[in-house]
Write a protein that binds this ligand. Structure first.
Ligand SMILES: [Zn+2]
Length: 494
């Protein structure tokens, strides 16, 4: 029998976003369960689409899961000290009450920054180690966008990071973490750890594993697998202002010699592909005009990725630059998903389906260049309350985006929500009766996750720039903590 403590605390922090991720943000139900603890943690994550879900599935009949606390905040601005201390405090406090445990599994992100701790996961691991002592193995699962740090790699005994972007392998990642726990319970904590950082940053737009070079990077296996506990590649999350921001590889192995050798080999593989990391980014007007041109004669929609307002990278989900450009150029039969404006949604519900409302839509959270869109909108549909997501990334999760409305302004329809969510799942369209596949142009506030469900049914995908909290060009970030000597884009990028 093995008692395995299970906890999770995830946030992908955009240090340059103005808003803060407070405790209420983690406690709120949006497109993932709100903060859960104890038996509720097991009930809400079992059979769900998260790494913890896969971990629980993979436990054997003799394993006793010891649930601590689990909270996932998606992405956004810096995590407040209050949120960090309350959640980590509860996790570590419950862990100390539940001792002894045989192993610890933590479902982390790897790119969390709190007001006090730039390397927040390393701090979580430090506190967990202090509670469980030197003998108990600690295994983590991580997001593909983790910014691996030496302290993070040192602070755990094995890592399993997502190997897909869009992230469609979260449960499988949890299953791999469970296999790591099993190996470490049999053999003890490993002696070897190594981490190697690439000397450049990768915008998330360049990181999709649906294409090269990332596809072959995540498929790498060490030459001597028996010597290795885990070999991890993480592409990094550039808007996190930390010393160890950027792509890196990490290896846990039974000996230090084997850890170093495998990490060097993995580093060489990624380094050799540096110039291949690249995706074209269109200016707003050129991108919208190109989408309209491609839509003429296409039998399927042209998808525009509004990458700079991707809530999954810290976007406020309410910018209006691409909508304004669609209206300016007279686009027809376009649909936008999903714009977060609780006031507009409430106004639409109050007016009712069929009514016309005058609104200053969205555009309330900056950055410079973002403004509300003033106009008259017809209310085409309204909805409210929980619904089930259906896509490959969020599959089977229950979402609640509050009051939702479908608004029309000239040739552009807009799905308005009351809670901010990345447009990576078609379910919010379905909720309002929209068949997005019949539209000429579909705008999605997402950088890459949308590709899992939308790209296979699109005529083309264009990544289009318009002001938003996520800037895909790290050369414009006012880094304060990034280590010196890092190229802010890979060689070969324009
Ligand atoms: Zn991610």
């Amino acid at each position: 029998m093995a008692r395995i403590a299970i906890g999770g605390f995830q946030h992908e922090t955009n240090s340059f976003a103005a808003h803060r991720a407070d405790y209420g943000h983690f406690a709120q139900h949006r497109d993932r369960p709100p903060l859960v603890r104890g038996a509720e943690l097991l009930a809400s994550l079992r059979g769900n689409a998260f790494a913890t879900s896969g971990f629980l599935d993979a436990l054997g009949p003799d394993d006793v899961p010891v649930p601590l606390v689990w909270a996932s905040g998606g992405a956004g601005g810096t995590v407040t000290d209050d949120a960090f201390e309350r959640i980590v405090g509860e996790m570590v406090g419950e862990l100390s009450r539940q001792l002894p445990v045989d192993a610890v599994y933590l479902d982390l992100h790897g790119a969390m920054v709190s007001t006090t701790f730039e390397d927040a996961e390393a701090e979580i691991l430090r506190r967990v180690r202090a509670v469980v002592g030197a003998a108990v193995p600690v295994v983590v699962s991580l997001d593909y966008h983790a910014n691996l740090s030496p302290a993070m790699v040192e602070g755990c005994d094995g890592m399993a990071a997502y190997r897909t972007y869009p992230h469609v392998d979260r449960p499988e990642t949890g299953q791999r973490a469970a296999a790591l726990v099993r190996a470490l319970l049999a053999r003890g904590r490993p002696a070897g750890r190594a981490v190697r950082h690439l000397p450049f940053l990768l915008p998330v737009d360049f990181q999709s594993t649906l294409c090269e070079p990332s596809r072959s990077v995540v498929a790498w296996t060490p030459p001597q697998p028996a010597a290795i506990v885990s070999a991890t590649y993480a592409a990094g999350f550039p808007p996190a202002d930390t010393a160890w921001c950027g792509p890196a590889v990490a290896v846990h192995a039974w000996t230090q010699v084997d850890a170093d050798a495998a990490a060097d080999a993995y580093l060489a593989l990624v380094s050799a592909r540096e110039t291949a990391f690249h995706v074209r980014l269109w200016d707003t007007d050129a991108g919208v005009r190109e989408a309209m041109r491609l839509a003429d004669g296409a039998s399927r929609p042209v998808v525009i990725a509004d990458t700079q307002d991707n809530p999954g990278a810290g976007g406020s989900g309410d910018t209006t630059g691409i909508i304004a450009a669609l209206l300016r150029h007279g686009a027809r039969d376009a649909i936008v998903g999903f714009l977060c404006d609780p006031g507009a949604a409430a106004g639409a519900h109050a007016a009712g389906v069929g009514a016309s409302v005058t609104l200053d839509l969205g555009g309330r959270h900056g950055p410079p260049g973002v403004a509300p869109l003033h106009g008259q909108f017809r209310v085409l549909a309204c909805a409210r309350g929980p619904f089930t997501m259906t896509g490959a990334v969020t599959g089977r999760s229950v979402a609640d985006l509050g009051a939702m409305a479908l608004l029309r302004c000239d040739g552009v329809d807009i799905v308005v929500t009351s809670r901010n969510v990345q447009a990576y799942d078609p379910a919010p369209f379905d909720r309002l009766g929209v068949d997005w596949t019949t539209r000429r142009i579909v705008v999605l506030k997402s950088s890459c996750h949308f590709r899992a469900d939308f790209e296979p049914r699109a005529a083309a995908v264009l990544t289009v720039l318009a002001p938003g909290a996520y800037d895909p060009d790290p050369r414009r970030y006012p880094y304060r903590r990034l280590r010196t000597g890092v190229r802010l884009l890979p060689r070969g990028a324009p």
